[in-house]
Design a protein around this ligand. Sequence first.
Ligand code: SF4
Length: 365
Amino acid sequence: MREWNSPWNPFNSAKVLIWREWLEACITGDYLPPVTVDIDLSRHCNFACPFCNAYNIINNKLPNLPIKHWLEVSDFIKEWGAYSACVAGGGEPLTHKGFNTFIQYQWQKNGIQNGVITNGSLMTDEHIAVMAENCRWVGFSMDAGTAETYIKLKGIKKKEMFRKVCDNIAKLCRHIDKINSKCDVAYKYLIHPDNAHEIYQAAKLAKELGVRDFHSRPVGFDNIKPLHGLTNEAFRSVVDVVNEQIEKALELEDENFHFYGIRHKFQPNMERKVAFKKCRAIPLIATFGADGNMYLCFDMRGRKDLILCSHYPNPREILGIWGSDFHKNMINNIDPKTCPRCTFGPYNEIIEKVFLNDSMCRYFP
Ligand code: SF4
């Protein structure tokens, strides 16, 4: 099962070993400030993807938190010591009017690296300029290689939207080249029975648009609702197609275009994989929800029993909670088998195998 041509890439989970001190602190319970944070800038979305992992927290009726607050959050995370922020979940980040202000403030004032995931439908030339100058990466949730599949998987009606978003991607790529920015653009592709057959086509399109990375992975399907009645069998039936498509797409690689068919976080049949006994890695990240709450885990946003505290109006409230018995007990009580797809699964596995079991003889070359 080939996932990439070069292991030196952002989707290789072994990179967590760079954060050795943080992992050791996760084991002892003396948690360090998080390496990174998730910022859910907006709880609104103009799309309705059936596999959205935020479907239960998107609320287009309630207002978003004011930008003034998010700038205070940015100052706080700088002071706390985080290095980067993923501005993505909870809703579509570009539906927050203060998006550009936040992204610029983060990088230019606080030196925090931004990563953004967007559906790309609301991008203006101003967004493009701001992202190119202030983001380390921008990922576009595409999940399709044709307009027909796109509207089906995005829950929208207008086929023209696919072309519009493709044009926005190409514009961003051209602007990045023009200003010689280090911002990587990714075409993101959640693999689903309805799009499994066009992974290669999408990768070819992505390369033509000028993106640097194509990132595909199975959608976390077995516990994200509503899935329109899809069964595990529907996913199993496309495993061979997916493997063939990924093999073919890997041949498109050159020095400017990289293809990633990420499957190591899943079982070979694309079902959820839990290869660790306990949750330990989650204090590597802090999650600032669009609803003003801080959640224990970004994969479990919206779960009332996993709220650590509020960050609105005072982002510093978390300092009294982080590393407390309350925080540690909440993590200790997690049963990984009951979690949705665990993004940090490989990190939890590395803690057990490398640090606790010393399976790699860590003190030998
Ligand atoms: S999904 Fe569960 S096991 Fe994974 S990091 Fe989140 S709380 Fe921990």
